[in-house]
Design a protein around this ligand. Structure first.
Ligand SMILES: Nc1ncnc2c1ncn2[C@@H]1O[C@H](COP(=O)(O)OP(=O)(O)OP(=O)(O)O)[C@@H](O)[C@H]1O
Length: 513
């Protein structure tokens, strides 16, 4: 479950908004723009986008493009607050790839950090649709493969000529980056920064912190200060971060960030590291944003309301009788007639139990799977694949799937457990109604939760949340099956608890030996 951001706890205290956030660029004043009319777009990128099914850019993409292309390109850091599913990924990927398309030598120039592996995979795929078209390669550092496999994908060793005897003492091997753009999670990124020979951030020109508010809570081994330190400079030529003797790599190709004049901003190192931070619920907390050390940030946001939901999302509440909530859920799933949907619960345990219980209802004609942070990555990936292919209709998930996950065709989101914060509601509901499509979000509530829920929605300026009803005879007809399913669930939980205890005893005996 997402931890309550401190900012929300103290929201009533009114945190002062930073001056640069007060007059943002309003994304809603932009229209979609056909690729053919987009100024400066590299023809090969246009072709790659068309091949990927994209014929025009969404408003947030047009806004970022306009602010980053042409004269004065990327003079300021970019902060984007725009609804879920509005296309933030391509909004940063396209300008980065366009700018790097003119690079002469391969080295790591763009780093994109995401909070989870599945999200990183998704973002890598977006880069992979466009970057190769202009000769750029994209790498992934998420711990999906062994560290050695990952290193061999990220670092290139020069080919040694056959028949020549090289003395490693007299000529250290020059290691080079095999990728121009790296998509990473904080954990694996830190592994490479500290241990991988030849891995360096010294040439980095772009740092993207996607899902910023979530990542700023992820202190994993101080990844952010480390990255900033590795990319900062002083006059005497620095980048002392990777002290590894083999990491010098590029010899004469060193990127020197001189202190000089960058149009309008004196005494800043140049070329400057450009930061792009994005979220559907971007924090406004000055102390949190300060961690990013932003340079004259430009704030782009959609509309006047801080928390925006997608345009075509409809919100409903479903009032359930106490103790019969699972029946209402099953009945609702039946009424959705196999439309794809994600059911969110409040914890990993309830995800597992609810999914098991639904399966014990017998053949509902709906394929249901669970997805949670406790599962092995391979299991989660398989579920996600099945869901994307439409083989699975319902995924029961903990908040592991809340942020950023993009599964086309999800028409419904169901909050089985009431979301504790408006940010949770926004990210959960945002798994549907993406890319301008229609979607519905149902929240199951007990009568005594209605008032609180109304208050929660008010924070996103939602005044209307109609009640959705499922036919009472359908709930009643499921009652006998429900009793049986509950019995089976009880047995299954007992068996699982016993197995866990047994496994715990075994491993503690092993440890004692
Ligand atoms: N210009 C476009 N034309 C058509 N589809 C697009 C375009 N841009 C993005 N999409 C699609 O829109 C969907 C949402 O994009 P994306 O995942 O980048 O949204 P997001 O704003 O990052 O959402 P979230 O806040 O939930 O992470 C994706 O399926 C993507 O393929």
């Amino acid at each position: 479950m997402e931890v309550e951001p401190k900012e929300q706890k103290t929201s009533r205290k009114k945190v002062a908004v930073l001056p640069w956030m007060r007059n943002p660029v309003d994304v809603s004043s932009f229209n979609k723009c056909p690729l053919t009319q987009l100024p400066f777009l590299h023809p090969r990128l246009e072709e790659a986008l068309c091949n990927g099914g994209i014929e025009s850019l969404f408003p947030v993409q047009v806004a970022v493009w306009q602010e980053t292309m042409g004269p004065g390109s990327f003079e300021r850091d970019i902060c984007v607050n725009s609804p879920t599913g509005s296309g933030k990924t391509l909004a940063y990927a396209l300008p980065i790839v366009q700018i790097l398309s003119t690079r002469a030598v391969k080295c790591l120039r763009a780093l994109v950090v995401l909070p989870t592996r599945d999200l990183a995979l998704q973002v890598r795929d977006v880069f992979a649709t466009i970057a190769p078209a202009v000769g750029l390669s994209v790498g992934l550092a998420v711990g999906q493969s062994s560290i050695s496999d990952e290193i061999s994908m990220l670092i290139e060793r020069p080919k040694l000529e056959a028949g020549i005897c090289y003395d490693p003492e007299s000529r250290p091997v020059e290691l080079q980056s095999a990728v121009d753009i790296l998509v990473a999670t904080p954990g694996r990124l830190m592994d490479h920064i500290t241990n991988t020979k030849g891995f360096t951030l010294e040439h980095l020109r772009f740092l993207v912190v996607d899902e910023t508010d979530r990542l700023l809570r992820e202190a994993y081994q101080s990844w952010l200060p480390t990255v900033l330190q590795c990319t900062s400079s002083s006059v005497d030529g620095l980048f002392a971060c990777n002290s590894n003797p083999l990491s010098f790599g590029f010899g004469s190709l060193k990127t020197t960030r001189r202190v000089g004049v960058e149009r309008g901003f004196k005494n800043k190192p140049y070329p400057r590291l450009v930061k792009m931070v994005l979220s559907a619920t971007l924090t406004q907390d000055p102390s949190k944003l300060a961690q990013l050390d932003l340079h004259h940030p430009l704030f782009l946001t959609t509309g006047k309301i801080r928390y925006q939901l997608p345009e075509h999302l409809e919100s409903f509440k479903l009032i359930c009788e106490p103790k019969l909530k699972p029946l209402y859920l099953v009945s609702l799933l039946q009424s959705l007639q196999g439309e794809q949907c994600i059911v969110f619960t409040s914890s990993v345990e309830s995800t597992h139990r609810l999914c098991t219980l639904i399966k014990f209802f017998g053949d509902l004609g709906i394929k249901v799977k669970e997805y949670s942070g406790h599962q092995h990555q391979s299991v989660r990936s398989k579920t996600l694949r099945g869901f994307r292919e439409g083989v699975i209709q319902v995924v029961v998930s903990s908040d592991a799937m809340t942020r950023g996950m993009d599964v086309k065709g999800v028409r419904n989101v169901i909050n089985y457990d009431k979301p504790p914060y408006i940010k949770t509601y926004i990210h959960r509901a945002g798994r549907t109604a993406r890319a301008g499509n229609h979607g519905r979000c149902f929240t199951l509530l007990h009568e005594d939760e209605v008032k609180q829920f109304k208050k929660l929605l008010k924070k996103a300026d939602i005044d209307s949340c109609p009640t959705y009803t499922v036919p009472s005879d359908s709930v009643q007809s499921l009652r006998s099956t429900y009793d049986e399913a509950l019995e089976k669930l009880k047995e299954s939980v007992e068996v699982e608890t016993f197995k866990k205890q047994k496994a715990g005893i075994k491993s503690s005996i092993k440890r004692k030996r």
